[in-house]
Design a protein around this ligand. Sequence first.
Ligand code: TTP
Length: 194
Amino acid sequence: MSKPSGRVPLVLASASPRRIDLLRQIGLEPAAIDPADIDETPGRDELPPRLAERLAEAKARAVAGRHPGCFVLAADTVVACGRRALPKAEDVATARRCLDLLSGRRHRVLGGVCLIGPDGRVGRRLVTTTVTFKRLTAEETAAYLDSGEWHGKAGGYAIQGRAARFVRALSGSYSNVVGLPLYETASLLDGQGN
Ligand SMILES: Cc1cn([C@H]2C[C@H](O)[C@@H](COP(=O)(O)OP(=O)(O)OP(=O)(O)O)O2)c(=O)[nH]c1=O
């Protein structure tokens, strides 16, 4: 696989502003941003790591056909409490349920990344970050729900915002929690260990 930093343009298959910012943070400017519109419903009995891997690949594949001769990069972030994948919070009741589950506990953030090359070769990474939340008081939960920062976020929180004050400990990739594990993404793009 040749390197996307060379002559071959890179397409980011994502609607997430976080992913675009993260890519730019490591000096990569996508030639195009083309979000994939796929069904993200978990399969029956599908475990969170498999879900993150499968959705990242489905997003990349959905977009690759539209960009011949390009690298296409996609990712998916799943917040998991035990064997259970938490939803992306689209309403306040869902966000509250997520925060109640995460309060005072350790959870995993699974990041799937998929890169499809111009020759059709598929590279994949699965990254796990462990995050421990403090026990949230009723006031902390209420204030966070009021902030609206949970909207559209897996597990109902955004570590890059106010929820940072809830994080007692983190083990693994921080950028993975925000939406794109940068070390592993760079290694995929470099074509190493593919
Ligand atoms: C846990 C967590 C998630 N998130 C975000 C990252 C992702 O945007 C989102 C998880 O949903 P995803 O389905 O991974 O991504 P998306 O729908 O936002 O974008 P696309 O599929 O087009 O690439 O949650 C944060 O921004 N901060 C956090 O701390």
